[in-house]
Design a protein around this ligand. Structure first.
Ligand SMILES: C[S@@+](CC[C@H](N)C(=O)[O-])C[C@H]1O[C@@H](n2cnc3c(N)ncnc32)[C@H](O)[C@@H]1O
Length: 541
């Protein structure tokens, strides 16, 4: 074993639903690992095995993988950076190999996700309010806590290496404090800390917030979301736990353009929910020619399903409403394959960075339709063009502009419109480890008017008989059912299609159970997807 305490490999968090992790594995040290009731991993009992050397005698160099994790936490805290963007850049910059990259990923993502819980633990071990600590010291402590309580890193290595990191990058001064605080943290297991933190707490929200490391308002918001979409509120802990699982990398082979063969030969496994998808075993996907060429793309299965649902929904009143409710097998077949889409015009109103646009573009290419992809932010519009570059260029156009204006500019011009509105992202917390601590309840209120304006613009842009897919990566009723019902209430020319049945029709095997009162909600803890919401609204002919 190296002196940094990393050997072997393993997942720092459980992954659910039989899906495999993305390679964000914590690296194993000695000793058997155990999981607690929440699926968190811990590495030892209360007796810890420390070196007896004073901090000043310990290593003075920063282990590169820990340094990367520290730099990611610093960039997130000091520069408002996104971990999923900073991390790959730092991994490249420091030249980490695959094993160290996995360790750095687990350490930075784990420390960021569990920040609220770790700060509550640290507050019991530091003799001053945490906001009086140098922020860099606090980030070093968070990294130390995650190694000690949630990764299979031997305690002595976690302590030595974190103190060494602090000495190298912050200075000798704080190392004694970090050493003393981490020793206190190491005196208990994560379960013991959690029990202590919630002891005597009658408020279930507060308990869940600490145990599952989510701000209290998000625990409440997700409870409301479960209820709004007809799921038992008792699922809340499973949902919170799914947010803490290592993110899974889903791939899609663009229909008619790409193939999963290369990915499958390199360890990916076929996806069970939707045709043409695979779950990646992680690693550097850029080594795959099919990924480099853009014909195979990284895309959450939930996103794949909602894009396919729009392409499959039946247009025009009087026909079978959708595949699940089709009057006969021919109707279901037509809705599932979209064979009747030749000559159609499709619009993606909020397209950046272009994930769904690429899939829609490929489907449009197969079916003789065209796609206009709109995005107001110029740098994101460029990403949309890049995402679509594998699709023949006569199929698609990118417009850079405000989606709220498209309805007035191009009234009744489109057969199918995707409006994947800017939202709080409460459905993708597992992919953006820092976002739960950044978001505020105000985000939900602030986004409401824009979401309604964009949906209205989409409804103006779709022709009578055409279908709009209103999509969010959030299950919260303020961004989902409330937006849809507000807009529908004011008009009598709109009807909701049964989105749950259409999702079943485009999935492998159906039976997703995502539908509720004609809208549909996918869930990380049920479907192993992001929590995507879908409403299919048809403008009556
Ligand atoms: C949830 S993201 C869309 C994700 C995209 N559909 C995909 O699959 O890659 C929302 C997008 O809406 C864009 N947006 C923000 N304000 C907008 C507006 N007024 N009109 C159109 N799009 C807007 C954002 O820049 C962002 O790219």
């Amino acid at each position: 074993m190296s002196d940094s305490g990393r050997s072997g490999s393993g997942q720092g968090r459980s992954s659910r639903g039989g899906q495999r992790g993305s390679g964000a594995g914590g690296q194993g040290g000695g000793g058997a690992s155990r999981r607690n009731a929440q699926g968190r991993e811990r590495n030892r009992g209360p007796q810890r095995n420390f070196t007896e050397s004073a901090p000043s005698q310990r290593t003075r160099r920063a282990d590169p993988a820990r340094l990367v994790a520290f730099e990611v936490l610093r960039a997130v805290a000091a520069e408002d950076a996104y971990a999923n963007l900073v991390l790959p850049a730092r991994i490249r910059q420091h030249g980490l190999d695959r094993r160290d990259a996995g360790f750095a990923t687990e350490l930075s993502y784990g420390a960021l996700r569990s920040q609220g819980t770790y700060d509550a633990i640290l507050a019991r071990c530091v003799d001053r309010p945490l906001d009086k600590l140098d922020p860099a010291v606090l980030d070093a402590l968070r990294i130390g806590v995650h190694q000690l309580l949630a990764m299979r890193v031997p305690a002595h290595a976690a302590l030595d290496q974190t103190v060494g990191l602090a000495r190298a990058v912050i200075g000798a001064g704080p190392s004694a404090l970090i050493n003393a605080v981490l020793r206190k943290v190491a005196a208990r297991s994560l379960d013991e800390w959690l029990d202590e933190l919630v002891a005597g707490e009658p408020d279930e929200t507060k308990v869940a917030s600490v145990r599952y490391a989510h701000p209290e308002w998000i625990v409440r918001a997700l409870r409301q979301s479960l209820v709004a979409h007809g799921r038992p509120v008792g699922e809340i802990n499973d949902l919170l736990e799914a947010d803490n699982a290592a993110p899974v990398v889903n791939l899609v082979a663009l229909p008619g353009l790409g193939s999963l063969d290369e990915a499958l030969e390199n360890g990916a496994v076929p996806g069970e929910l939707v045709e043409g998808s695979a779950l990646s075993s992680g690693g550097d996907l850029g080594r795959l020619e099919s990924v480099r060429s853009g014909t195979t793309r990284v895309q959450d299965v939930g996103s794949q399903l909602v894009a396919r649902a729009l392409a499959a929904a039946s247009l025009d009143a009087g026909r079978a409403e959708n595949a699940g409710l089709g009057e006969n097998a021919a109707d279901a077949e037509t809705a599932a394959t979209g064979e009747d889409t030749a000559g159609e015009a499709w619009l993606d109103l909020c397209a950046g960075p272009g994930g769904k646009a690429a899939l829609l573009g490929a489907l449009a290419n197969e079916r003789g339709a065209t796609l206009l992809a709109n995005e107001p932010a110029p740098h994101r519009a460029k990403l949309v063009s890049q995402a679509l570059s594998a699709v023949p260029s006569d199929v698609w156009t990118v417009r850079t502009g405000d989606g709220r204006e498209v309805g007035a500019e191009r009234p009744a011009a489109f057969d199918r419109v995707l409006v994947d509105v800017p939202c709080s992202g409460l459905g993708a917390l597992r992919r953006r480890p820092e976002s739960r601590w950044r978001r505020t309840p105000k985000d939900l209120a602030d986004l409401g008017p824009l979401q309604r304006d964009l949906l209205n613009s989409a409804l103006a842009a779709v022709r009578p008989g055409g279908v709009v897919a209103y999509v969010t990566c959030s299950p919260h009723p303020a961004e989902t059912t409330a937006v849809v019902s507000d807009v529908l209430r004011k008009r009598d020319d709109l009807e909701l299609l049964d989105a749950g049945s259409v999702l079943d029709a485009v999935s492998l095997g159906g039976g997703l159970g995502a539908g509720h009162e004609k809208t549909a909600q996918l869930w990380p803890h049920v479907h192993s997807t992001d929590a995507m919401f879908l409403a299919l609204i048809r403008r009556k002919s």
